[in-house]
Design a protein around this ligand. Sequence first.
Ligand SMILES: Cc1cc2nc3c(=O)[nH]c(=O)nc-3n(C[C@H](O)[C@H](O)[C@H](O)COP(=O)(O)OP(=O)(O)OC[C@H]3O[C@@H](n4cnc5c(N)ncnc54)[C@H](O)[C@@H]3O)c2cc1C
Length: 494
Amino acid sequence: MSFAVVISGAGPNGLMLACELALAGVRPLVLERRTEPSGEQRANGIVGQVVRLLDRRGLYARLTGGAVRPAPVPQFVFGAFPLPLRRLAENPVHAVLVPQREIEKMLAERAAELGVTIRGGHELVGLEQKDDHVLVDVEGPDGGYQIEARYLVGADGGRSMTRKLAGIGFPGVTTDTTISRTAHVTVPAEFRDAATGGLRVPGYGVIPPFLHHRTERGLIAYAPFPDGRTLLSVNTQDVPAPAQDLTIAELQAAFTHVTGGAEVQLTEPTGDGPHLLRRLHGGNTRLAERYRDGRILLVGDAAHVHSAMGGPGLNLGLQDAVNLGWKLAATVHGWAPRGLLDTYETERRPAGDRVTMHTLAQRALVGPGPEVTALRTLFGELLEQPSVLQLIASLIAGSDIEYDMGAGPSAGTGRFAPDPGPATRSGRPLLVDDTGALAGTVAPWRDRVDVVSAPVAGAPVMLVRPDNYVAWQPGDAGTLTDALTRWFGAPALT
Ligand SMILES: Cc1cc2nc3c(=O)[nH]c(=O)nc-3n(C[C@H](O)[C@H](O)[C@H](O)COP(=O)(O)OP(=O)(O)OC[C@H]3O[C@@H](n4cnc5c(N)ncnc54)[C@H](O)[C@@H]3O)c2cc1C
């Protein structure tokens, strides 16, 4: 059995990559060790500019039912500081509240529509890299077998077997001081603050919804979701965990500790569970030392793990997948310019580095103790500066990422294409040219590059890569021909 691309892992990032490859004409084989969708409650939403990217692919409407357009959120949170994003002239933080299982379901359906094969119950258990292929050992329901892949992508999560077997290091930080307890809870009406939607705690005050609430003894997150679920998460450093599984009473005791003695009456919800979701000790912040080793590549959590504070994971991982998809497909098709696949790591590893940096910084900002309180006073004063608020918003959205496109001083090249951007449902590169003047220049690339004549947000002419990054604009140091050759290979039709 031989495949151009094998993906290990059908989590959101493996599925997204599979869709991107299929759009670009390469149908990968996806191996997934689970036989059923995971029951684990993870992401509750997607935050950052990947929301706009999903919209360009037509996937945002599939997640939301299509009634609303993506829009920046007026408020968000960073290190338990509420961020008044509505004050910004340009607010880059888009978000959509949707459980991870819905995201995975939608992507699995999309992958199936695009003809991708997902083998559930098939686990990657070994690999051997050769000069022109990778031998992949798989354990399936009927026993072990071997497949040959021209490229293997590890999308198999934070404990990635692919990463380990490829010998790619995963340096970083493991902390073991914090215990995080999370459950779905039912809160009696008298504890719900109608005005803010927050948690009204007698003798303490209102804990606002969807914002981390830090005291010198710990952190509380209260999230009453529109679908009726109420999530409560409490982090402490000095409330030991009992031997038995998490209970509501234990969560309640941790809550009382963080608030310095205040109590709320919580019960376990009825209906489909599980409701007592997790008790986690410590956390990992790690970044793969390489995203590529020959014919083996890593995407998503396989390449980076970090705190889930503020939900940056899918913004990072799904954009890894979209960055890699077209480059890997071009390599498989044989038209990729030299070095194209290497730009996956040079572009995306710094993005991973930014996220590991800011999630560690957020952990520091929510830590216990008076020193952290002092640091927070200072950080809060800094946040009053519009430029600081803008910087933090860009960090959360990932819109501070600028890839090196060799453009010189021109603003915008190397950045995510501005809204309202061209729909890139096909996943093909686009030349936006409302002048028609560049038709002749692009003609030899028309087998790989589409041309649209609609103007885009004050920038009537731009070359947009499939991952929605601007690869060229008039005024750049190089010509359009340079940019087409650099990203999409030699001219084919002359
Ligand atoms: C509590 C929590 C809350 C979070 N909240 C958010 C949030 O609100 N927003 C956000 O953006 N992110 C959030 N995240 C992060 C997000 O869940 C992850 O970034 C995301 O799941 C990573 O997707 P992935 O596809 O890379 O890996 P995973 O989701 O881990 O998927 C990996 C897949 O690979 C399979 N697999 C593993 N090993 C093998 C093998 N050897 N062979 C075959 N298959 C294999 C696994 O079964 C799994 O299906 C949260 C994470 C946690 C833990």
